[in-house]
Design a protein around this ligand. Structure first.
Ligand SMILES: *Cc1c(COP(=O)(O)O)cnc(C)c1O
Length: 370
């Protein structure tokens, strides 16, 4: 049996007619940049995230970048984030000329450990970027308290966590900004690259809009240097068709996680994903198992041999990346991030997984661990 890590085709099949009709209608208008479909999606997606405003942008990476830009964060400034995330989080900080400052993760949720943030704060610290990895929120209450106490901006990297909840509040709506990605492998994926910044602050929302279009306001008058961070209308029409189905796909991901939990319960030497006390909704962008005793490679090999997709998110923590050598870190600086990079493995969790596929994945893992 073949089980891909991600298969988007069954989902497309169910929406094919609707999506093709929407694309055909847009094509007839030949209006490709921003426009009414983008505005409609901004309103619906912001509401879904319990946020007041949405600014549709070109990617999740650009969402992080533009949030830092509108806050005028740049050279000489420091931004605290996790070393265990997709590259874009720290990449955005470095791209505006600021310095990424890492704080190690909590080994249970793999998200930044709030207890390690305050010791990293200096007079140059401007912001904190917590990442809600794999679809589970970081522990936002202490993070917001620290930010308030020190006057810091909070930019949530919610690329993997649309619809996730922390104590009943939606991912992206808690900090000053929430950054979403609609990359095809995210829970709400488009047909290419797109992203969004959500915020509850009208003034911030306005600045985002101006920066998204080269800082132009009014047209051809530039008070700021922004960029071209616009979302294609084509992506917005597709996302408008898909958004109403997101909750049903999330429920399927949660059921897959529950099935794995039951199927893998009792397998010695692995730790299954755990739901934190503050997590009131986990959206399982990934299902991550931790494999102890140096056996990850063994499980990896067994899965590949059985035609089952799996991957490591992420094999090298950011403080050990060659491009961040200038930060002066060494192995051992962030032990929990390093341990997670060595021990974790992502297995298939996409909504359309069948029970037979889940049983086959679980049996293959159990077998490899025996
Ligand atoms: C995917 C992702 C991004 C970047 O989003 P893109 O749309 O691919 O640019 C940023 N942060 C995290 C945690 C991600 O998973």
């Amino acid at each position: 049996m073949k089980v891909p890590l991600l298969d988007l085709k069954p989902q497309y099949e169910t929406l094919k007619d609707e999506i093709q009709k929407a694309i055909a209608e847009l094509s007839a208008t030949q209006m490709f940049i921003l426009g009414p479909h983008v505005v409609e999606f901004e309103e619906k997606a912001a509401k879904y995230c319990q946020s007041g405003y949405g600014c549709a942008v070109s990617s999740g990476s650009d969402a992080l970048l533009i949030a830092l830009m509108v806050e005028n964060i740049g050279p000489g400034d420091e931004v605290i984030t996790t070393p265990y995330t997709f590259f874009a989080t720290a990449g955005a900080i470095a791209r505006v000329g600021a310095t990424p400052v890492f704080a190690d993760i909590d080994p249970i949720t793999y998200n930044i450990n709030p207890a390690l943030i305050e010791e990293k704060i200096t007079s140059r610290t401007k912001a904190i970027i917590p990442v809600h990895l794999y679809g589970q929120s970081a522990d936002m209450e202490p993070i917001m308290q620290i930010a308030k106490k020190h006057g810091l901006i909070v930019i949530e990297d919610a690329a993997q966590s649309i619809g996730a909840e922390c104590n009943g509040r939606r991912s992206g709506s808690i900090g000053d900004y929430g950054c979403l990605s609609f990359f095809p492998s995210k829970n709400l994926g488009c047909f290419g690259d797109a992203g969004m910044v959500v915020t509850n602050d009208k003034e911030k929302a306005h600045r985002l809009e101006v920066f998204r279009n080269h800082g132009s306001e009014p047209k051809y008058h530039h008070h700021f240097i922004g960029g071209n961070f616009r979302m294609d209308a084509l992506q917005a029409v597709i996302l408008n068709v898909k958004l109403p189905h997101l909750d049903e796909w999330t429920t399927k991901r949660q059921l897959n996680a529950l099935d794995y939990h039951n199927l893998l319960d009792g397998v010695k030497g692995i730790t299954l994903p755990q739901t934190a006390a503050w997590t009131t909704r986990h959206v399982f962008n990934q299902y991550i198992i931790r494999i102890h005793d140096g056996k990850r490679q063994k499980v990896w090999d067994a899965l590949k041999k059985a035609d089952i997709g799996c991957d490591v998110y992420y094999p090298i923590p950011l403080h050990l990346q060659p491009c961040f050598q200038y930060l002066g870190h060494k192995k051992g600086d962030f032990p929990e991030a390093e341990k997670a990079a060595d021990e974790t493995l992502a297995i298939p969790i996409f909504p359309d997984l069948t029970i037979e596929q889940k049983q086959y994945v679980a049996a293959t893992i159990a077998d490899a661990m025996r």
